[in-house]
Design a protein around this ligand. Structure first.
Ligand SMILES: [Mn+2]
Length: 446
């Protein structure tokens, strides 16, 4: 439960203050026009009830605001041409159920709502159902989301001002003009206001009319752009502030190549999109999206929550979850992760064919075969597909490749067997025996 602190006193009202409990006072503002005494009474009754609920929390603890940090839903994503909509529906339903139980004051989705800028109609329907279910499960919660690099900014921005009146803030488009600022949504709890800065994904070209260009009229780097965009905001350091953003933040001085990136992320050549995370220090918490593996960026409270559902085989084995953030008094933030259980895991199954077949399951599986002997390809594929109805791909680990890096030393007088062995370096005893047989047969035929 949250309540909005109404300060200063609204115009044309009379304040009536009463003591509720010990030092908990409430103020009710009556319109001094008394247009309709019945409505005035009903309104003040609602105000009273909401203050009593808040005050109860104040007395029994748990007054701080809690929010869910999610990102990278990638609704509509296909994994090896397999439609994940059923899996995505399952995970979104789980998020809704957890929200119903934990009752967060806000739910934040830090970009990449959809996988494609123009999502298929079925994906839009899944997202629509998710938001409808979520608002039904937690009608008091404020829902905030931004567009990611996979989303279409103007599409996410649709009905932005209309939806904001329903406490749903869908911010698709970043500031466009010098007079525009990052959308700020303020929610108050017993400790005062918490300001959420909702910054959608930006490319330098998208905000050059706001942050400017260098002396030659060339766009600034991603790093310079995001820094300038955030630095021009007047962030009140005395209040609690949260940044919601979808960029590639890395701790200052870190090599971007050292950050574990997933196959489902769009990467820029030469990591030109990196942004130094020192800019995040203006905030008490940064709810980030873009990196698909859950990780922190140079601090406990600057973090990527990761995808709620694995979007690529490279994410196999990662525990996905919702980051629950509790904002207590200024300087005190608590985080917790609630694990999510997918309908089907994304897994790697590695081994020789017979071992692999014993691990039959309905998960999304990439099979890595380590067999050195040749397999009947058609038969092998059929057997694997039977064992794994949701097979993604089959990889062969032992691929015989010629080593072109070394020069062939024709000067050495090698017999045919030695020559072949020097080429097939990894051959085992069985294969060597086979090789001997073949060479002998050929020599006998000559
Ligand atoms: Mn993403």
């Amino acid at each position: 439960m949250h309540f909005f602190v109404c300060k200063p006193k609204p115009e044309n009202t009379v304040a009536v203050e009463m003591r509720l409990w010990y030092d908990v006072n409430i103020q009710i503002y009556y319109s001094n026009r008394f247009a309709n005494p019945v409505i005035e009474f009903v309104n003040s009754f609602y105000v009273l009830i909401s203050y009593i609920q808040s005050s109860r929390k104040l007395m029994f603890g748990g007054t701080s605001m809690k929010f869910f940090h999610l990102s990278d839903l990638h609704i509509g994503l296909k994994l090896f041409n397999r439609d994940l909509l059923e899996d995505q529906q399952h995970i979104l339903k789980q998020i809704t159920e957890i929200a119903g139980r934990k009752r967060p004051d806000a739910v934040v989705i830090a970009g990449d709502i959809y996988d494609k800028a123009v999502p298929p109609a079925e994906a839009v329907a899944v997202f629509d159902a998710f938001i409808a279910d979520l608002t039904a499960a937690v009608p008091d919660a404020v829902i905030m989301m931004i567009s990611g690099n996979h989303d279409s900014a103007p599409r996410v921005n649709l009905f932005r001002s209309v939806l904001s009146r329903q406490r749903i803030h869908m911010v698709g488009v970043a500031p466009q003009q010098p007079q525009d600022y990052i959308e700020k949504v303020t929610i108050a709890d017993a400790y005062g206001p918490v300001n959420f800065y909702l910054l959608p994904f930006v490319k330098p070209s998208m905000v050059k009319s706001v942050v400017g260009t260098d002396e030659n009229g060339i766009n600034f780097s991603y790093n310079e752009t995001v820094h300038r965009l955030i630095e021009r905001e007047s962030v009140d350091g005395g209040e609690r502030n949260v940044l919601v953003s979808h960029q590639f933040y890395i701790p200052k001085g870190t090599d971007p190549e050292s950050v574990a990136r997933m196959d489902s992320e769009i990467r820029t050549v030469g990591n030109i999109d990196e942004v130094s995370a020192d800019i995040l220090h203006r905030f008490d918490y940064a709810a980030l999206g873009h990196i698909h593996k859950p990780m922190k960026v140079g601090g406990e409270f600057y973090r990527y929550c990761g995808t709620p559902l694995a979007c690529s085989v490279s994410e196999a084995g990662q525990q996905k979850g919702i980051v629950v953030v509790e904002m207590r008094e200024k300087g005190s933030v608590l985080t917790d992760v609630i694990p999510l259980k997918p309908l089907r895991e994304v897994r790697l199954v590695r081994g020789e064919l017979e071992e692999v077949l014993q691990q039959a399951c309905a998960d999304y599986v990439t099979v890595i075969l380590t067999d050195k002997v040749d397999l009947n390809v058609i038969d092998m594929q059929d057997r694997i597909r039977n064992a794994f109805p949701n097979l993604l791909e089959i990889r062969r680990e032992t691929q015989r490749k010629a080593d072109y890096s070394k020069k062939f030393s024709a000067g050495k007088n090698l017999d045919p067997f030695e020559l072949c062995c020097s080429f097939l370096k990894e051959a085992d005893d069985l294969e060597r025996d086979l090789l001997k047989d073949v060479i002998r047969t050929i020599q006998e035929e000559q």
